[in-house]
Write a protein that binds this ligand. Structure first.
Ligand code: G6P
Length: 368
């Protein structure tokens, strides 16, 4: 057991630490002579150019990778993209035409709802592209094309390295769509790719440097009954996954909100010491996030902020700061998710929970 965990106390921590490798392996061989290589998609440049609607369908953590992808696809390819949980998608009548691309994201490749949604979408004439971690899995077999996330076997029930692999794969797909729609130039793709590749080293650095600040933040929220995770834009998508991870393994109730919605309800929850975890990395909406932090703090919240290195100002607005390296906003979910994974694990350990095997949860859900 100890050997399998590679010297780590649990699989989750081991898998969190594998993420730089996952990023590198997922990107290996994907850029050649300035062009993206995603042959598995099995669509011609012309077919890709005709895509006019994208649905990302998934469950759980994979759904959150989809929320991140929506932002990237809409911003780089200017194609409308909807993200939907597979259990909803399969029971409605979504608008699918031959120029619709459905992207099914599933770590295990065998989630019953996701598979049913794939089958349904294909019957309706969509091209279905799978993103999965398991070679030869049903999602891989039943999709028109598949990208493997190269996370290798994930043992901890709560997904970490697979999530990062999904985000990186979806980022590549968004870049490909951007290029095929004529929205991104070859030069832009090359630059994005090289910055994306840099995140491997940046995640390595986060893993080496943020242990103390994560531990301090975990200590501040360990006895809380509930917590809010907030952010805007990419930060909102990241906060959803942060809250899910916290619930899954520490049983601390956590809810994520787009920070601008605080005033429409969640702010009523805040009293002295209520933990608010905020994604406050550099972005066009940074100032807006800061004003949401101020509003929360004025009501007694204990603020834990994930912020960009060099941002000293944030210390005025937060009780605890966890710094991550500066990246473009598009890649902030990759870096900001890592301390949130570590934070949920640290809280779970302090609360005496079994981080690898949370109660009531299964690694894959093959029944409806
Ligand atoms: C279960 C797992 C989650 C996972 C979800 C979707 O709930 O516990 O970690 O995100 O299923 O699984 P999939 O394999 O389709 O990504």
């Amino acid at each position: 057991d100890v050997a399998e965990k590679g010297g780590y106390p649990d699989f989750m921590l081991k898998e969190i630490h594998e993420q730089p490798r996952v990023i590198r392996d997922t990107l290996a061989g994907r850029l050649s002579a300035g062009s993206l290589v995603i042959d598995e998609l099995d669509m011609t440049a012309e077919e890709l150019n005709l895509v006019d609607r994208v649905y990302v369908i998934a469950c759980g953590t994979s759904y959150h990778a989809g929320l991140i992808a929506k932002n990237l696809i809409e911003s780089w390819a200017r194609i409308p993209c909807e993200v939907e949980v597979a259990s909803e998608f399969r029971y409605r009548n979504p608008i699918i035409t031959p120029t619709t691309l459905v992207v099914a994201v599933s770590q295990s490749g065998e989630t019953a709802d996701t598979l049913a949604a794939i089958r349904d979408a294909r019957v309706k004439g969509a091209k279905v592209f799978g993103i999965t971690n398991v070679v030869g899995s049903p999602v891989a077999r039943e999709s028109d094309g598949v990208i493997y996330t190269k996370a290798n076997k994930e043992i901890a029930v709560a997904s970490t390295k697979s999530f990062l692999g999904q985000v990186v794969s979806l980022t590549l797909l968004a870049m490909l769509l951007g290029q095929s729609q004529g929205e991104l130039t070859g030069g832009q793709v090359k630059l994005l790719f090289s910055e994306l590749a840099d995140t491997a080293e940046q995640v390595e650095r986060i893993l080496a440097e943020c242990t103390d600040s994560v531990d301090e933040a975990a200590e501040a929220m360990v006895d809380a009954a509930s917590a809010l995770f907030i952010g805007r834009g990419m930060g909102a998508a990241t906060s959803y996954e942060g809250a899910l991870k916290m619930k899954e393994i520490s049983y601390l109730h956590a809810e994520a909100y787009a920070a601008g919605e605080m005033k429409h309800g969640p702010i009523a929850l805040i009293d002295e010491g209520f933990p608010v975890v905020a994604i406050a990395t550099n972005s066009a909406v940074y100032d807006k996030v800061v004003s949401n932090l101020q509003e929360s703090r004025a009501r007694g919240a204990c603020i834990i902020a994930v912020a960009t290195e060099g941002d000293e100002d944030i210390k005025k607005h937060a009780d605890h700061v966890i710094y991550v390296p500066k990246v473009r906003d598009a890649f902030s979910p990759i870096t900001a998710s890592v301390p949130l994974q570590l934070l949920s694990r640290a809280v779970a350990v302090k609360r005496g929970c079994d981080v690898d095997q949370p109660r009531n949860l299964a690694k894959s859900v093959t029944v409806e």
